[in-house]
Write a protein that binds this ligand. Sequence first.
Ligand code: PMP
Length: 317
Amino acid sequence: AKCGADGNFSKGEIVPFGPIALSPSAGVLNYGQGLFEGLKAYRKANGSVLLFRPEENAIRMINGSDRMCMPAPTVEQFVDAVKQTVLANKRWVPPTGKGSLYIRPLLIGSGAILGLAPAPEYTFLIYVSPVGNYFKEGLAPINLIIEDNFHRAAPGGTGGVKTIGNYASVLKAQRTAKEKGYSDVLYLDAVHNKYLEEVSSCNIFVVKGNTISTPAIEGTILPGITRKSIIEVAKSKGYKVEECPVSVDELLDADEVFCTGTAVVVSPVGSITYLGKRVEYDGNQGVGVVSQQLYTSLTSLQMGLAEDRMGWTVHLN
Ligand code: PMP
């Protein structure tokens, strides 16, 4: 669907996957006016398909669109477009337990603009792709490195919204970490270089006794929908959950550490390397009991295996 600066989107249509035409001076290509989302559709054993909290993705895109000076589809338009795209591609949703259909909504400044200013026209599109389980054997611990000479976001910047440029800026840090054999980078805050922020594409949680802490949302980390959901699930299981500044010292002293995100779901952290020192979280071969419990609770909701008392799932027929 397309719209002008007024934000009145045209009715969308389902078209085969393929290239889209853009002016060389499109806002997105020159000034990075782009926002995306990511969510998954799972297939239930009876063949029906379900979505997890799609309206949360719509709200996050709307919040981000203000920061990026872009109009956005309404929650209703967004969710309806996601549903229609998934239904049109239902045959690509893998069988239960064999993965999911990844859904990528994208909002771009598609209009031509030469001087630095918001684009005069916007395009909202959605594409989908089947994806396997992130880890073949379910849960597997990941090894993170704190790269304190790279930062992902600074106060007043765009770290809190899902804009395309944030991902360009992490590529080098991520490649450096992978070359050294780590799974990903854990970023610290840019002001004190001391408080945890997040990983390139997931949020982080630290467990100590019965308390689970995660960095507060203050504009420099992405407000993850898995993060928000895990906070509620953990509280319902009797854990004390704190959203607050979490220092590196607390991280290195934790009983368990795990990451959350649409792609990784809940991923236990097996080790953290900081200033050349490696700290290992033993757990049960790196999979702590809390991570395991929250992973099981969340995935059974997402896959429609448990009763959804939270009203988080949207069932498509
Ligand atoms: N942080 C970043 C930087 C991300 O890209 C993502 C993935 N969207 C997340 C956290 C996790 O967010 P969610 O749980 O909504 O997938």
